[in-house]
Design a protein around this ligand. Structure first.
Ligand code: ZN
Length: 684
């Protein structure tokens, strides 16, 4: 590992934050350098600090500790992410015998210079008790590979010698701060501290010294591992024809979903993120993956994101998916059972009173295929997969030089069920469609785009499909938040299959489909050319059937029901003159909805439709509006408001109707009319 420090970059950051002082600016600079290397820290892990002087709200100069605040990532930190705490009151705490985590947080908050600043890190006291001006802390994978061994401390002493102090494992908080300070005081000449089964600290008189000591110590660990590799992971015998990710992901996702105890038919679902780098494949294909893979997390706070162990399933064989599905569901149930046992055992040990988290895995290892990270959103799934990849790197190295042995279960429980984490439970409000994947066809059009936006706002991960690839990519970008764009021609079976494979690969499956793609053909029905009628049927009937059939296949693999929504049309029940080529297939699609509701209700799959009319869109362009309104002697506005309510109906109104149908878990075979009121088109 090499230092990324350059004087030019350092001075640029100093110039950018000129008003905040050199100390804080350089603290921001090297914190980012550390945070941008996944071999050092990931997603909120690690922390840094600087001791400096600031002017408080009264105008007095005070000594402060600027330390990473909770909720900030080191890689993208800003000065606001390093809240300043008065140093003297923190130092006074060292004389105490005990200090609960809650008291520690209150005292730290009470001494913030800015009362609106985020909570200082739980490791803030450790930073305060080390007298050096700059203090850096990471969870380096190479260092963890050395400490996560039965004889981790002895191994680290061999590698680092007297350059660092060695702190036996203590849970982060006041106890760890005192223990670390004691080790430091015993030999204040050390450049850093190795925290056994947790990570590494470095410190120095200036930002560069502290940062480059971290790099040098990590480099020492990496070099030692490279030189002392004794063995590699031995591969297991795997099936010759592995199954495809697109087929496996829905099975894994469905097996890990939990029925919602409160509502019949509701599920707590997860989004998945797939990885299959060479390192991941080497790891999941190992003959002993269930031993080293499930021994525990590499550093304790990872279990807040990925639990203590991943789920390991059997290698899926192409052509044997039903057996794989049964085995995966049994393995997930066994995982949940093991988790419940672990919880009750340790909850009893600590005197009870903890609230159990959901018992489902956040990482699934699939021999022959790769690994899945699971989360309630794509973002959380990605974080889980990132932590899993860091664990793969650490454990592979640990096994190469010895045998991976992380913290025992009881210490992991104390972090996972830490009182401050338990206090956060229930405070985060979940969006109504969190954990669900919605696919919208015709998503570059007005109604499709409005619907995708409404579903994304309700917390779903959305996949926008459209025959116009570039247009739908622009629309997905406008939604942001990882919305997926895929070119898809619903009149082509292969294109539909490829799109659903793409969605399963990106999110793990499909829960809701809004089959919206359509186009209008006209002609007097007694004269119309049959090819025109067939063309319209291809899109306005078979297009819906192809999409719905592809969705049912994925929904069945998941086994958690699903929701099929169709954009039908007023034309399906109230034909317009010369609109037969459009209305006839739409009428067939209305019955298609009912057929799906009837045939797939027992699988928990619902089917509903929206009949919309007179919406500004690709089917009713501004030019058509101008022509039709003038033909009827109406203003454009009156033409668009020509309904019982006298209000123009918008694409957003149609989107809200689809959303309501997606959320109405006991509603199927329903048709919702969104037309401002038209008695001739009302269903009877
Ligand atoms: Zn740490």
């Amino acid at each position: 590992m090499q230092s990324g420090w350059t004087d030019r970059d350092a001075e640029a950051v100093v110039a950018r934050y000129a008003g905040l002082g050199r100390d804080l600016a350089l603290r921001v600079y090297t914190t980012r350098l550390l945070g941008q290397d996944p071999r050092l820290v990931l997603h909120g892990g690690g922390n840094t600090s600087v001791k400096t002087r600031l002017t408080d709200l009264n105008g007095d100069d005070v000594d402060v500790l600027c330390v990473k605040g909770s909720g900030w990532d080191m890689g993208s930190i800003e000065p606001a992410g390093l809240p300043a705490v008065r140093l003297a009151p923190l130092l006074k705490l060292r004389a105490r015998e005990n200090l609960s985590d809650e008291e520690m947080v209150r005292l730290q908050r009470a001494n913030l210079i800015d009362p609106a600043a985020p909570n200082p890190s739980v490791e803030a006291l450790l930073h305060a008790f080390i007298p050096h001006k700059f203090v850096d802390h990471t969870h380096s994978t190479a260092v963890l590979a050395l400490t996560d061994q039965a004889d981790g401390e002895a191994l680290c002493r061999e590698v680092f010698g007297a350059r660092v102090g060695y702190v036996p494992y203590v849970m982060p908080g006041f106890g760890l701060a005192k223990a670390a300070a004691q080790v430091f005081d015993a030999d204040p000449s050390v450049e850093g501290l190795v925290l056994i089964k947790h990570g590494i600290f470095s410190f120095g008189a200036d930002a560069r010294q502290s940062y480059e000591r971290m790099i040098a110590l990590v480099d020492l660990a990496e070099a030692w591992i490279a030189k002392n590799r004794k063995r590699t992971l031995v591969s297991a015998k795997l099936p010759d024809g592995p199954a495809r990710v697109a087929d496996v992901a829905p099975i894994v996702r469905g097996a890990c979903a939990l029925p919602d105890a409160g509502t019949d038919g509701a599920w707590k679902r997860f989004i998945v993120d797939f990885r299959n780098s060479d390192a991941v494949m080497n790891f999941v294909n190992g003959a002993e993956v269930t031993r080293y893979g499930q021994a525990g997390v590499v550093t304790p706070d990872h279990n807040l994101r990925i639990k203590n162990w991943p789920l390991v399933v059997a290698a899926p064989e192409d052509g044997a998916l039903p057996a794989f599905k049964d085995a995966t569901r049994a393995a997930a149930a066994a995982f949940a059972g093991r988790y419940r046992d672990y919880f009750s055992r340790h909850n009893a040990r600590v005197g009870g009173g903890k609230t159990m988290l959901d018992p489902m895995p956040r990482v699934v290892l699939v021999p022959g295929l790769g690994l899945f990270g699971l989360g309630r959103s794509k973002k959380d799934a990605t974080i889980a997969a990132d932590l899993a990849e860091a664990a793969v790197a650490t454990i592979t190295d640990a096994e190469a030089v010895g045998r991976f042995e992380p913290l025992p279960e009881r210490d992991l429980f104390d972090v996972e069920y830490w009182s401050l984490e338990q206090a956060k439970l229930g405070s985060a409000k979940q969006a109504p469609l969190a954990g669900q994947v919605a696919v919208i066809t015709g998503a570059a059009g007005a109604i499709g785009f409005a619907t995708a936006r409404a579903f994304a706002a309700a917390g779903a991960e959305v996949a926008l499909l459209d025959i116009d690839g570039p247009a739908v990519r622009t629309k997905a970008k406008a939604i942001g938040g990882g919305a997926l764009a895929l070119g898809c021609d619903v009149t082509d079976a292969a294109s539909v299959r490829a799109a659903f494979d793409g969605v399963a690969g990106a999110f793990g499956g499909v829960d809701i489909v809004v089959s919206n793609a359509g186009a209008a053909w006209q002609g007097r029905i007694g004269d119309v050319d049959e090819t025109v009628l067939r063309q319209s049927f291809e899109l306005n009937f078979y297009g819906h059937q192809r999409v719905a059939q592809a969705a049912v296949k994925v929904m069945r693999a998941q086994g958690t029901g699903g929701c099929l929504l169709f954009n039908v049309s007023k034309q399906a029940v109230n034909p317009g003159p010369d609109f037969g080529p459009y209305g006839v297939p739409k009428a067939a699609t209305l019955f298609l909805v009912r057929q799906y509701a009837l045939d797939h209700g027992h699988e928990g799959i619902r089917a509903n439709a929206v009949n919309a009319d007179r919406i500004r869109s690709g089917l009713l362009t501004e030019g058509m509006i101008a022509a039709r309104s003038s033909a009827r002697g109406l203003s454009e506005q009156d033409y668009m408001r020509g309904n019982l309510l006298g209000r123009e109906v918008l694409a957003e109104d149609v989107a809200q109707a689809f959303l309501a149908q997606a959320l109405a878990l006991k509603t199927t075979a329903d048709v919702t009319t969104v037309d401002g009121g038209n008695i001739a088109a009302a269903l009877r």
